[in-house]
Design a protein around this ligand. Structure first.
Ligand code: SF4
Length: 723
């Protein structure tokens, strides 16, 4: 942060808990264009932004005529969006809002749970029956028997959580531990820097040595990729560190393929080389860091020769990387999601976050660490007003982890048991680990499940009631980003289709049905958004509700050039970068998970379930015909040695299994993974696959070292031919 700013206690968790957190023109060619495409003075332009759990947060423009969308395109004026939406979203109106399978009335279950059999009912009936059942369960089991399961299906401040947070706080429901993504990473980086915001994405063009570490930028951070390319054109070397040979790794100047879960060892070893070979910026270390001497002692055991067999790299490779990194100033490390799903995920981020301070990379524009950015808008907006932070709810209510939701739903000792489940902005039947345990819980006859959705997802199939949710084209929202520094107002372009209602309206109406009359339930979405600007924070200078309405987006008013830690000013207690934790205990460590010998014998391959699809976002769009076709059947990446020892041929269907479940995949033999490692994509809906199982049928629900992240990569499997 810049000098003079105070540390804001704003976390990635708050971001999710409380609400945020070439000119692609859609030919709305089919029905809509036939019926409505015309350019007349009745055309209206409405601005909005993508709602997905994606760092890019693209701005868009919607042309509307007679209440129908006639054109949908990326913003050409927003420099970061640069006129391009990704292939997941470029046909969003047709593939989501106007999709013929969209739910447009409330539905009540008529068949067994999971059958997907429902009958339409009125909102009046639905709300009345839901309110009565919720009240009955509260009377019998207490308010904490109610659990909200809402995550990042939309990251808009309003529809993500502004009203639902009020509702569940007023009710006294259990809290959901929203830590499946981000928390382990933020814990690690935050332990060193005091925050997660460092270099801005636009400034990566100034870097001359660029490491993309655990991130497939071409797929999952698409608008950063042209900036990376620009840096390369200006002379930067691009290094990708990833156990998976992703599209981005294939494009790099150097792909360093590690064994999954060993990044913390690699980072500690790099530190050891930098310190041993005096490849450091002594003045920066002396003036702006703490614990340098202790760190030097600590990393003595991590010489490249010692870690090399575990990391899967030669000692020479590690030394060369350390030397090049030290000499490549400005050097930039971009970290994102990959490593946080390792058992030692927080430790990996912590060790990596130390590197730029050791070399003094923070001194330079474009040098340092590029991680999250959500703290920027998080501290600028009137967050307390948005979430009524600290004024509502009992801080002592219990927390149920979303990662171990399967365990909690099946726990006979849990007191009180979970009896009512509200699912919104989420599809845990696909996205939560240990899928079969989750489904077993959702199948419970005594569990009352309410789902707000656009489609009958794998989770919605288990609902007692489904309520039709609006899409981003039909509701207000305020979008901030965890991957760049723009803010967007999303104005409804069209009225809600059918009987769809926004998430916030659902919770307002249910509050009313329960007889709650508090003023905060009367505020409209627009009221809440306006109140978010009730602040004089300098980052919002010149940015108002009114100005956003005229253009849709604005770049936060950050000091330029943005070199936040050039002279220290880290938002830690000491104001310095913490190279050794003040408690002397929470050091980055590599602690391999111990598995029983029989387990490793039965399931000898380490499995990575990764976001390698380029047409789905988590489980969103995995029901869109065009995108399913483009993505193809889910595959298993397997090394030639492991395929040969199992007599598996390329393109063959294989069974992948462990103690938690099994699924069928198409074998793809090659060097995308190292021997002993297999990889498969996440996001496919189980209900649309032949074996009715997807990647999370196999994943473990164990936690990471710190931050209660999901150690998904600590999953071990066996693979065999079918037939
Ligand atoms: S998913 Fe990401 S890249 Fe695609 S349109 Fe949305 S914000 Fe942009």
């Amino acid at each position: 942060m810049t000098k003079g700013q105070t540390t804001h206690p704003f976390t990635r968790r708050q971001f999710l808990e409380t609400g945020i957190l070439g000119a692609t023109v859609v030919g709305l060619s089919s029905t809509l264009v036939g019926q409505y495409a015309c350019t007349s003075n009745r055309d209206k332009m409405v601005y909005g932004a993508c709602y997905h759990d994606c760092p890019d947060c693209c701005s868009w423009e919607v042309t509307v005529n007679q209440g129908q969308v006639t054109q949908f395109q990326a913003s050409t004026s927003n420099p970061f969006t640069a006129g391009k939406l990704c292939n997941k979203m470029d046909k969003f109106p047709l593939e989501v809002t106007y999709h013929p399978s969209r739910i447009l009335t409330p539905l009540k279950r008529t068949g067994p749970k999971g059958s997907g059999e429902f009958t339409p009912i009125s909102w009046e009936q639905g709300l009345k029956e839901v309110a009565a059942k919720v009240q009955e369960n509260i009377n019998a089991f207490g308010a904490q028997s109610v659990l909200p399961f809402g995550y990042a299906g939309t990251e808009g401040l309003i529809q993500n959580g502004a009203m639902s947070a009020r509702f569940f706080a007023r009710l006294g429901a259990s809290k959901l531990g929203r830590t499946i993504c981000g928390e382990a990473a933020a814990t690690g980086t935050g332990a060193v820097l005091g925050c997660t915001t460092g270099v801005l994405p636009q400034d990566c063009v100034h870097a001359r040595y660029l490491i993309l570490w655990g991130t497939n930028t071409i797929n999952s951070n698409q608008h950063l990729w042209p900036l990376v390319q620009q840096a390369r054109q200006q002379g930067a070397k691009l290094v990708v560190i990833d156990p998976y040979r992703s599209r981005t790794a294939q494009e790099a100047d150097w792909h360093i393929q590690t064994r999954p879960g060993t990044d913390v060892l690699l980072a500690l070893s790099l530190i050891q080389v930098l310190l041993e070979e005096r490849l450091y910026d002594e003045e920066y270390l002396r003036n702006y860091t703490t614990g340098w001497e202790s760190l030097t002692t600590y990393v003595r055991d991590y010489a490249p020769e010692q870690v090399s067999p575990t990391v899967g790299l030669t000692a020479d490779t590690i030394r060369t990387l350390a030397r090049e990194y030290a000499q490549g100033n400005p050097s930039l490390i971009r970290v994102l999601i990959g490593m946080e799903h390792q058992a030692n995920g927080a430790s990996a981020f912590q060790a990596i976050a130390m590197l730029p301070a050791i070399t003094g990379a923070w001194r330079h524009l474009g040098g340092g660490l590029l991680h999250y950015t959500y703290e920027l808008a998080g501290q600028a907006l009137n967050w307390d007003r948005l979430a009524l932070d600290g004024t509502l709810g009992d801080p002592n209510v219990r927390e149920i982890s979303m990662i171990q939701i399967g365990q909690s739903l099946n726990d006979n000792e849990l007191a009180p048991p979970i009896k009512t489940l509200f699912v919104y902005n989420a599809n845990p039947a696909v996205t939560a680990p240990n899928q079969n345990l989750v489904l077993q819980g959702l199948r419970r006859e005594d569990l009352f499940t309410v789902v707000l959705e656009h489609f009958i997802t794998d989770t919605a199939r288990y609902a007692d009631y489904i309520f039709p949710a609006t899409t981003q084209l039909e509701h207000w929202d305020l979008m901030t980003s965890w991957g760049q520094d723009y803010i967007n107002l999303n104005e409804p372009a069209i009225p809600p289709l059918g009987e769809a209602k926004s998430n916030s309206d659902f919770f307002r109406l249910l509050a009313k049905e329960l007889g709650w009359t508090e003023d905060y339930f009367q505020e409209t979405d627009e009221d809440i958004i306006r109140s978010a600007f009730n602040t004089d924070h300098p980052f919002l200078k010149g940015i108002t509700f009114k100005s956003l309405r005229q253009k849709g987006w604005a770049r936060l008013n950050l000091p330029q050039p943005w070199i936040p830690f050039k002279e220290g000013h880290f938002p830690t207690e000491s104001g310095k970068c913490q190279l050794f934790p003040p408690d002397g205990v929470t050091l980055p460590v590599y602690q391999p998970v111990e598995h029983a010998a029989e387990e490793l014998e039965s399931f000898p391959l380490q499995m990575m379930a990764i976001k390698s699809t380029s047409h789905f976002l988590n489980s969103s769009h995995a029901n869109a015909e065009r995108l399913i076709e483009a993505e193809g059947a889910p595959h298993l990446d397997i090394h030639p040695d492991d395929a040969a020892s199992r007599q598996i041929s390329d393109g063959e269907t294989v069974l992948v299994f462990n103690q938690r479940g099994d699924l069928q995949l198409t074998a793809r033999i090659g060097d995308n993974v190292l021997p002993g490692v297999v990889s498969m994509p996440q996001g496919y809906w189980s209900s649309l696959l032949p074996g009715k199982s997807s990647a999370n049928a196999l994943t473990t629900d164990r936690f990471t070292d710190r931050g209660h992240g999901a150690a998904l990569q600590e999953t071990w499997v066996q693979v065999q031919k079918i037939g």
